[in-house]
Ligand binder design. Structure first.
Ligand SMILES: NC(=O)c1ccc[n+]([C@@H]2O[C@H](COP(=O)([O-])OP(=O)(O)OC[C@H]3O[C@@H](n4cnc5c(N)ncnc54)[C@H](O)[C@@H]3O)[C@@H](O)[C@H]2O)c1
Ligand SMILES: O=P(O)(O)OC[C@H](O)CO
Length: 338
């Protein structure tokens, strides 16, 4: 077994670090906040982001990034997407040849419109390419930490890297599937959060199961359109990183993105909702990136557009629903239809 650096001490970083420690690795979790690192080491629990999950002694936390990476053979990037570039820049001087690099973050950067694949390749050009893998799929941190059976995808362009990373995470309660479609897996993970905001919003408005099912299905259609326009495979979106994660996030009560949507649907203000949430809801920033990407690439993404209008243009959820229902009628399946 080896030593792993997990860069990000939120709910997901802590849950994945716990998995790796239970598998037998020595794990150092990097927290940018020294007080959180100290609290994790003292109490064997991340009381701020993953309360109630006991952390093994082989998992330690540190606020020293160089110490976290020193001597490790795998680095897991799991900060929120808007922080990944900064974390990668801080990590870059310490990364050594041959280290496996895994991203478990789901999101698209604002401004550059880059997915984590592109961010990491740009910031770690000497290391990220062949050794880079992505972990995605339907997985709430709290349920994984409680050992509830979970299945996710490991995407990497290199077959040996896929295999090595799958072996590192595999436990009786965590099953991994391999994919070579990095683009599709990243699109599914990032864009399901946007659709979950919409699904939460219609639930918050009190609309029915028909509405939610329509949103999930048509949401998947527009995720697939963007993914295929970027070179991803349509089949990936029928899998764990596509439909699997979309269904989980649009229906699961643990979802932060769905919660934000529900509160919007009930008429609360976004700033108030985010302040009370206390965790990242990646869909809020990713909606802007996805909308900009859809305009730039000429891909029709009507649900994403309406979520953008609600979040950033002050449109009401009710009007967003009316406008989606009034779109021109057309075929269910077409590369461009809404
Ligand atoms: N929580 C889950 O169930 C889950 C599951 C799968 C994937 N993810 C993904 O994992 C990523 C992280 O989510 P999370 O649930 O751990 O978030 P979280 O809200 O629980 O924690 C966020 C963490 O990031 C840190 N952070 C914030 N800004 C930072 C910065 N600028 N630099 C360094 N660290 C910073 C915070 O201090 C905190 O430790 C997201 O992309 C999310 O979509 C989460
Ligand atoms: O709680 P959410 O909405 O950030 O979703 C968490 C995971 O991405 C679910 O797979």
């Amino acid at each position: 077994m080896g030593k792993v650096a997990v860069l990000g001490a939120g709910a997901w970083g802590t849950a994945l670090a716990k998995v790796l420690a239970e598998k037998g690795d020595r794990v150092l979790v990097w927290s940018r906040r020294a007080d959180l690192a100290e609290q994790i080491n003292r109490t064997r629990e991340n009381g701020r982001y993953l309360p109630g999950a006991h952390l093994p002694d082989s998992l330690q936390a540190t606020s020293n990034l160089a110490e976290a990476i020193d001597g490790c053979d795998m680095i897991v990037f799991v900060a929120p997407s808007h922080a990944t570039r900064d974390v990668a820049r801080l990590a870059a001087p310490h990364v050594k040849e041959g280290m496996l690099i895994v991203s478990a973050t789901k999101g698209i950067e604002n401004d550059t419109l880059e997915f984590m694949d592109e961010v990491l390749v740009h910031e770690l050009p000497a290391h990220a390419g062949p050794n880079l893998a992505f972990l995605s799929g339907p997985s709430f941190a709290k349920e994984l930490a409680a050992h509830l059976p979970t299945a996710v995808v490991i995407a990497a362009r290199d077959e040996a890297v896929r295999h090595r990373v799958m072996q590192r995470f595999h436990l009786p309660y965590l099953r991994l599937y391999a994919s070579e479609d990095v683009v599709g897996v990243e699109c599914g993970g990032a864009l399901k959060n946007v659709i979950a905001l919409a699904a939460g919003a219609v639930d918050g408005l009190g609309l029915g199961h028909n509405t939610r099912a329509a949103l999930i299905t048509r949401g998947l259609a527009e995720i697939a359109r963007l993914s295929m326009a970027r070179g991803g495979s349509a089949l990936t979106l029928a899998g764990l990183a596509g439909m699997g994660d979309l269904v989980l996030t649009c229906t699961g009560e643990l979802s932060r993105n769905r919660t934000v949507g529900m509160e919007l649907g009930k008429g609360r203000k976004l700033t108030d909702i985010l302040r009370a949430l206390g965790h990242v809801a990646e869909g809020v920033r990713t909606t802007k990136s996805a909308r900009d990407l859809s305009v730039k690439m000429g891909v029709d993404m009507p649900i994403t557009r309406e979520v953008y209008n609600v979040l950033y243009e002050g449109k009401s959820v009710e009007k967003g629903v009316v406008d989606l229902m009034s779109l021109p009628l057309g075929p269910e399946f077409s590369p461009s239809s809404s």
